[in-house]
Design a protein around this ligand. Sequence first.
Ligand code: HEM
Length: 403
Amino acid sequence: MVTTTLQPLDIDGIDFASDDRPDLHEVLAKLRSQRDYAIVPFAGTRAVLLLTQELVAAGFRDEETFPSWAAYTMATKPVLGHTIQCMSGREHRVNRAIVSTPLRRNHVAQYLEPIIEPAINELIDRFAHRGEADLVAEFTQRFSLLINNRMLGIPVEDEQRFYRWAQGLIHYPWDPEEAKRCARELTEYVMPIIAARRIEPGDDMISRIVSATTEDGEQLDDEQVLSFVRLLYPVGADTTMLAMGIALAALFTHPEQLDLLRSDPDEHLEWAVWEALRWEPPVALLPRACPEAVTWHGIDIPAQTPMVFAITAANRDPSVYPNPDHFDITRRVTPMVAFGQGPHSCIGNWLAFAELVAALRTLLTRLPNLRVAPGAAGAVRVTSQVGTALRGVDTLPVRFDPA
Ligand code: HEM
């Protein structure tokens, strides 16, 4: 029998769509100790929050029950367009195959020397002589945006305009008019670039996407390319930017782990990035929806129920990660659920990983004795950003020996 009503709330006084809770991990751990899911307040209604590694991974993989389009058609389509997150079945397979090819793991290394490392060094050049900086304002907020632009082949002199567009797009639920303006301006800017690359392709990502053909001879039309370009700013640049701030904050607030990393970067660097992605995944509480009534893993879920996939709780599931709240770079785990799972899992994970590893390595090499500025330790903390879904740090005031 299918159910029509959701069980009563397990917790009140916190909205899992919009609230920033400094004690989020404690709240999630307490709920998880009672049951592997919880009924929680969400944007004025009630949602099912999945709390364990097993349930979150199963939820992601179950595209039948929790189709990606059901959430994104409402949450992002009005501003980003009909992106691959709104697609399913064959349409999704065709579009995803084309746009993911340039981002495959074996393609990513080729972007390091020409794009990723120069963008990182360029930003560090601006403040390395000063001996102090706010690494959020001057580095993390910028680096993945620069890399995104340069991979797409956007002319360098226009890069400044993209910061506002990227910020505007991701704040759609809070300022829909500004988000739509940004989407319009970005679209008008990118259209002629797409047209030019169709006539004369280069080796940038837009050229590769407009030139690619599937096995059945299909190509993407302009709107399909445009919606992918619009999508890349929130899902590619913003997520990686938050992950970078978190990785630095994790190391600064665990000086013994930073010392260990410094003692042998070749041994520890990649694992430090994975551990940061586990400890505080930037996509923390991912909203989904359940369009049809169902009993799923013993949970009665009425039609049209909002779902929240608590990646951040899955990554601290004590049945998978012993002593889960402890940030420990010797853990050596790859928490892939930080990038989703199943048909809509992240296509940019290897690019993001390469960016994060390269940035961390370069910052530690080029800024000797890098440390939190005196008196600023209290400001270095992970908080909710853009609603509860994403997490990151607002500021990272640091000192180092000037170059
Ligand atoms: C640390 C950085 C990143 C994190 C934590 C992250 C996380 C995620 C997650 C959790 C999803 C699944 C969303 C869902 O199922 O609703 C996703 C999807 C996606 N990501 Fe990432 N991502 C990151 C970086 C990137 C980068 C660098 C790119 C591209 C340049 C990218 C492109 C995408 C795309 C296009 C999708 C949608 C795939 C589809 O619907 O088929 N991401 N990402």
